[in-house]
Design a protein around this ligand. Structure first.
Ligand SMILES: [Zn+2]
Ligand SMILES: [Zn+2]
Length: 283
């Protein structure tokens, strides 16, 4: 497998995963990966999900389902990093949910831990999570809902920059009624170009997230045309992540990510260590 680092993984330190950290590490080694980065969720101000969507360990505090216990996460990560040293490099990351209202809390949270890598992701759009709250799409077309998502990304990118890679840029298409049926970069290029320019101007990376492929999308997030456009506009930093929440999804679709990167003319993919980008050759 030509991409040997999976830089977007969740374990049961995230409210939506039941996988132990060790099971994820063992599977990554079995797949031949040389580096993995756990990027557990941290979403402050998360709207409390319906009770059936809340795992028992969060029943007392459903709106804290995506608030990370950074201390115990780091404790376990160091333990396993040492246990598997020499077999795989295990990095300490976070997937930070961006919302304008929680900027100061996010800044403080990122400052409190020595993360290797911070993914900035938009999960909540004006108080609603399109994933767990289908009303986000009610009473309007998917196009309007998708546009609001991209506009929210622009607002956040203009006001917050303490992250390394921008997560799953067009992930909203996973949840619309029509999903990716009528979706294309061209249709939203007015907004997507603004997002890409903000990422490049702020010297951030763009994430290729392959999770959607496993759930039936035609393309990765972002789609190929967005990756191509990012390159055209001068983007050079691309992180690759499967967003696996269970061991069998680790590195899922990485051959596809490799082909897309090569076709767009990238020679490297990026791994962040200690918040610094390392360019690794696409063999
Ligand atoms: Zn995410
Ligand atoms: Zn994720």
């Amino acid at each position: 497998m030509p991409i040997l680092a999976d830089c977007h993984l969740h374990s049961n330190f995230s409210g939506d995963s039941e996988a132990s950290m060790e099971s994820m590490i063992k599977q990554a080694i079995a797949k031949g990966l040389k580096t993995i980065c756990f990027t557990e969720h941290n979403d402050f101000n998360y709207p409390a999900p319906a009770p059936e969507q809340v795992p028992p360990r969060f029943r007392d505090n459903p709106s804290g389902i995506f608030e990370l216990n950074g201390d115990s996460y780091l404790f376990d990560l160091i333990k396993f990093r040492e246990r598997y040293m020499g077999q795989i490099e295990v990095l300490f990351g976070v997937e930070l949910g961006l919302q304008k209202e929680i900027m100061r809390r996010n800044i403080k949270f990122v400052r409190d831990y020595d993360f290797d890598f911070v993914i900035g992701s938009i999960h909540i759009v004006h108080g609603k999570d399109p994933y767990s709250c289908p009303e986000y799409f009610d009473g309007r077309s998917d196009e309007e809902a998708y546009r609001e998502y991209f506009e929210t990304a622009i607002e956040n990118l203009k006001s917050f920059s303490n992250f390394d890679s921008f997560g799953h840029l067009d992930y909203i298409i996973r949840y619309g009624r029509t999903k990716d049926e009528n979706y294309s970069y061209a249709k939203y290029s007015d907004l997507i170009d603004q997002i890409l320019r903000l990422i490049i101007d702020r010297e951030k990376a763009l994430e290729i997230n392959t999770a959607g492929l496993a759930s039936g999308l035609k393309d990765m997030n972002p789609c190929f045309d967005i990756l191509k456009r990012y390159k055209e506009l001068g983007g050079e930093l691309v992180t690759v992540g499967s967003d696996a929440h269970s061991p069998e999804r680790i590195a899922y679709g990485f051959d596809r990510a490799y082909e897309a990167l090569k076709e767009c003319g990238f020679k490297y993919y990026t791994v962040f260590c200690g918040r610094s980008p390392e360019q690794r050759k696409l063999l």
